[in-house]
Design a protein around this ligand. Structure first.
Ligand SMILES: CC(C)[C@H](C(=O)O)[C@@H](O)C(=O)O
Ligand code: SF4
Length: 755
């Protein structure tokens, strides 16, 4: 028999194939997770779940934890303990809960006294924890960042975090392949941030839905790792599951000698494997997008969605120029929120604050490019009068490197505030926030309403554009600070010392500590399909439906960042749609959920696409559930949100836009709906014909029977162990090399899960 000819495969196909442990006839796969990053916001409920079930963390050697979202970014000179230092009680509780959990479960933790602490997506690559060809998960939507290394990396919700902690696997369907190719030569002043903002402007925030994007083309190849990370980071803003870039010399040079990267002979073996990780000639992409690099101008957002982009040379859009009534209304709403007048040149938009930081743009190269603009304005350059500007390095090591290079002095002399590592003003969860009405040029990734603080107005820009804006006090074309004269001023200025990251990556890698509370016997953790866990069954649901007509309804709107500070899955009822439901005076507004009969809503019908986009916060479905809403009907959903609803026994239903509109119209009249999962139809009190709907067979089965994913996966422990055995033989560097200190013995049987 002739040998089977294997089809050309994409980079994504290859990594997927390498990680499938098991797949059923409906395409529901169980994939192995090589690396898991953990932080304080999306993990407390996951650890609580482990405790309740008496389950240990399966692979502490492949798990790394840090604290980033909640922490103050003020000087740590007087730091003694988290308890003492983190003043906001609910932030403190989350940070302390993480500290307790890493001890109890024996995980490696970069806490606030460790200079390796930082934003979770900065420290993984920095330490060499992120490697090519791996699967990497984190309870955070910007996990896509790590795809820059040729890894399959994506965000998950807290329940999935629990699943990964307990089983080191994830239930997953394969996505479609999409390729975005950027060729040509970039105009001076255009950075990876401008390129990715431009791409999102082209494809839209739902453009990548259902896909994994591979970025290709000469522009991408020419990018540094920092630039590639900025691009992959914002993939989630384009709605895709993950973004990735094939590894090459740039990748290998970045990783060589990183503390957790393989060494010596094992490195050579690893590199040989990594060199096979690219899309084969003739591999099939379901969607192809081609972008001419030369067309891209320094880019800025004007509205409240990352797709609302415009070249800095452009103007605030005029709603009157949109023929589609829905689009016109959305633009009007965004402009009202942003306090912008149509047709104003973008360069005339005045600012109150500038934020340089976040997992998109807080790495050394980002800080260098911002500092260069400050230097180009001459030694006397100062930030604009009345403006506040902050620079927040992505990790303690980035901060140290920047200080060695003298970047901090450049910023401080010009009047910037130089801070400690953390998420800071990216999401309004810690003390760094915008006050209502304030306008900020920000190097972060989301400009949703209220994202940087209730009522705050965000314009997304590159670090160089942010620095230029800080100097002028307005959104500014960075090219005004480039050219021969600017170069001469830089040359005449202070001499900066370029340092190598290797100088700072010197901390010994210690094995994770032994857990302080050994978990119970694993037998307790094995419910069978007919003896399910505490997940309630969903068969049919009848009740009041609340209508919504909001496009790209992001999870920041469903549950604003400041309410993420809980350590339980409950207690979020009043926080649901908080910025729409509560006025500044603390009184309930006339938002639809506050009106009768919708205070009793059990179903939500939205007639616009891309429901639940943005952050992976499972707190959004938890808040809906707390309110009593167990089913959401919409024309399309963001993937992580959809998974998160299933994890909570809730049903997301996809119907055609016209059907959603018809149901929303009936909901407006207060008519009830009945969603029948068994029959897969939505019945209407209006007496009109029912709408049939499709649903994933596996998810339907789990909902109808109230099955717990983790319990089901643990029934396949033997398969997971076989996979681990093979993985240790083929890719030995993945067994927490140089990290656990010693490999976990793959013994099989129960011993595996015992401490
Ligand atoms: C807190 C976390 C779940 C969230 C995310 O998923 O993105 C946050 O990082 C954000 O940027 O909104
Ligand atoms: S997007 Fe912002 S809040 Fe989310 S991980 Fe990145 S820096 Fe932190």
């Amino acid at each position: 028999m002739p040998a089977p000819v294997s089809k050309p495969r994409t980079l994504y196909d290859k990594i997927w194939d390498d990680h499938v442990i098991d797949i059923d006839e409906n395409g529901q796969g169980l994939i192995y997770v090589d690396r898991h990053l953990v932080f304080e916001v999306s993990s407390p409920q996951a650890f609580e779940g482990l405790r309740t079930a008496g389950r240990p963390v399966r692979r502490p050697d492949c798990t790394l934890a840090t604290v980033d979202h909640n922490i103050p970014t003020v000087s740590r000179k007087n730091f003694t303990t988290v308890e003492d230092f983190v003043r906001q009680p609910d932030s403190r509780a989350q940070c302390m809960t993480l500290e307790e959990n890493v001890k109890a479960f024996g995980l490696t933790y970069f806490g606030m006294t460790d200079r390796r602490q930082g934003i979770v997506h900065v420290i993984g690559p920095e330490e060499g924890f992120t490697l090519p060809g791996i699967t990497l998960m984190c309870g955070d939507s910007h996990t896509s960042t790590h795809g820059a290394f040729g890894a399959l990396a994506f965000g998950i919700g807290s329940s999935e975090v629990e699943h990964v902690l307990a089983t080191q696997t994830l239930l997953q369907r394969k996505s479609k392949n999409m390729r975005v190719t950027v060729d040509g030569t970039l105009v001076e002043g255009v950075t990876a941030k401008d390129v990715v903002l431009h791409i999102i402007g082209v494809i839209g925030t739902a453009g990548g839905t259902g896909c994994v994007i591979e970025y290709a083309g000469s522009v991408v190849r020419g990018f540094s790792m920092e630039a590639r990370m900025s691009m992959c980071n914002m993939t989630i803003e384009g709605g895709a599951r993950a973004g990735m870039i094939a590894p090459d010399e740039t990748t290998f040079n970045y990783l060589r000698n990183r503390p957790l990267a393989p060494k010596g002979e094992v490195w050579d073996r690893a590199e040989a494997h990594w060199r096979t990780l690219n899309s084969d000639e003739g591999a099939k992409f379901d969607v192809e997008v081609n972008i001419r690099g030369g067309d891209i101008v320094p880019t800025v957002t004007w509205g409240t969605s990352p797709e609302d982009v415009v070249p800095i040379t452009g103007k605030v859009p005029d709603p009157a120029s949109f023929s589609d009534a829905g689009k016109r209304a959305a633009v009007e709403r965004a402009l009202k929120y942003m306090g912008l007048v149509p047709n104003t040149p973008m360069e005339e938009v005045k600012l109150d604050k500038v934020f340089i930081g976040s997992c998109t743009n807080s790495r050394i190269e980002d800080l260098r490019s911002a500092a260069k603009i400050v230097l180009s304005a001459g030694p006397e350059a100062k930030i604009a009068d009345g403006l506040y500007a902050m620079v927040v390095p992505g990790s303690g090591l980035v901060k140290q490197q920047a200080e060695t290079e003298g970047l901090d002095a450049v910023f401080k002399r010009a009047g910037f505030d130089w801070r400690e590592a953390g998420c800071s003003m990216c999401l309004g969860m810690n003390e760094d926030k915008l006050v209502s009405g304030e306008r900020c040029a920000s190097t972060s990734n989301r400009n949703f309403e209220g994202r940087q603080g209730p009522g705050g107005r965000t314009h997304l820009v590159s670090p160089a554009m942010a620095a230029a804006a800080a100097l002028t006090g307005k959104l500014t074309d960075v090219r005004r600070f480039l050219g021969a004269e600017a170069e001469a001023r830089i040359a005449a200025g202070p001499k900066l010392k370029l340092a190598s990251a290797a100088e700072f990556l010197t901390d010994p890698v210690l094995p994770p500590p032994e857990p302080t509370e050994p978990m119970g016997a694993t037998e307790r953790a094995l419910p069978t399909a007919d003896a399910p866990s505490n997940v309630a069954k969903f068969t049919a649901l009848k009740g009041i439906a609340v209508p919504l007509h909001i496009e790209n309804l992001d999870t920041d709107k469903i549950l604003p960042g400041r309410f993420l500070k809980v350590i339980k899955r409950t207690g979020l009822k009043d926080a649901l749609f908080a910025d729409l439901r509560w006025g500044a005076d603390g009184q309930l507004t006339d938002f639809v959920l506050n009106r009768e009969p919708y205070t009793r809503a059990r179903i939500l019908v939205c007639d616009k696409p891309n429901f639940g986009c943005g952050s992976s916060r499972e707190h959004a479905p938890w808040a809906l559930k707390d309110f009593g809403i167990m089913c959401v009907i919409a024309p399309s959903f963001a993937e992580i949100f959809m998974n998160n609803t299933y994890q909570n026994g809730m049903l997301p239903v996809i119907l055609f836009t016209e059907q959603c509109a018809a149901l929303a119209a009936e909901a407006e009249q207060g008519l009830e709906l009945e969603v029948d999962l068994e029959k897969q139809e939505v019945r209407r009190a209006s007496g009109q014909p029912a709408f049939p709907f499709a649903v994933d067979a596996f998810r339907r089965h789990c909902l109808l029977n109230g099955l717990d994913d983790i319990g089901l996966t643990l029934q396949r422990t033997a398969l997971i162990e076989q996979f681990e055995q093979r993985r240790s033989e083929m890719w030995p560097w993945l067994d927490g090399l140089g990290y656990k200190g010693k490999r976990i013995p793959v013994t099989g049987g129960k011993a595996k899960l015992e401490w």
